[in-house]
Design a binder for this molecule. Sequence first.
Ligand code: G3P
Ligand code: MG
Length: 248
Amino acid sequence: MTIKLPKIIGHRGACGYAPENTLESINTAAEMGVEWVELDVKLTADNVPVIFHDDTLDRTTNGHGPMAQTLYEDLKQLEAGSWFSDGFTGIKIPTLEETIELLIELDLGLNLEIKPCPGREKETAEIALDLLSHYWDAHDRLLISSFEHVSLETALDMATDWNRGLLLPEEWPENWRDLAEYLDVTTININGNTVTREEVEQIIDLDKPVLAYTINDPQTARKLQGWGIDTMFTDVPDVLQDSLLTVH
Ligand code: G3P
Ligand code: MG
């Protein structure tokens, strides 16, 4: 499957300016001219796919405890904006379905990161991909990524021809090349703040695009660009847009 990657992907929307993984954050990214956003998906206790990063509700909502033990009915009562700033008080955790509808309306590309709660690696991918398959046509503007190999393996089984991205943590697993081959990934997504030039060269040798998370500092962005990284995730799209434009 071909892929049309942008230079900048809005991380969790534009989470430097609006509460992460919310419709407001996606709208903010779109207003800044971003072409793609990265969002995290996980399941409620009753298997509703929602856009959310942490395993627990505490950091970004007024709720408490594990997402995996929370019913959607209860989740939708929660408030997910005031932790960020008063101006966002009252906003909600979006479902994957309402998020996809907004992305299509805004004509944005999507990197959906499968972010399962522990033990839910397979079903999170299954349910999210099944939903996406009913809505999403622009497969050159869709990338399914995960740190979880079981989630990517599920994506490979369910939607072989969709683009997958292997997310590598700061410490790469020794068998990362075998994983990339077995999971048949299109991209390798690395921590751009800790990666070395030698590591980037190893990926470029595989002839795969390298995507770097999460780059908010123009100097790092320019350095990575010089190393051959063409796509970066950022919380602050406007800052990176300005700095990358200056490089020719
Ligand atoms: O997909 C890039 C990045 O989002 C991975 O880390 O923790 O921000 O989801 P995290
Ligand atoms: Mg993520």
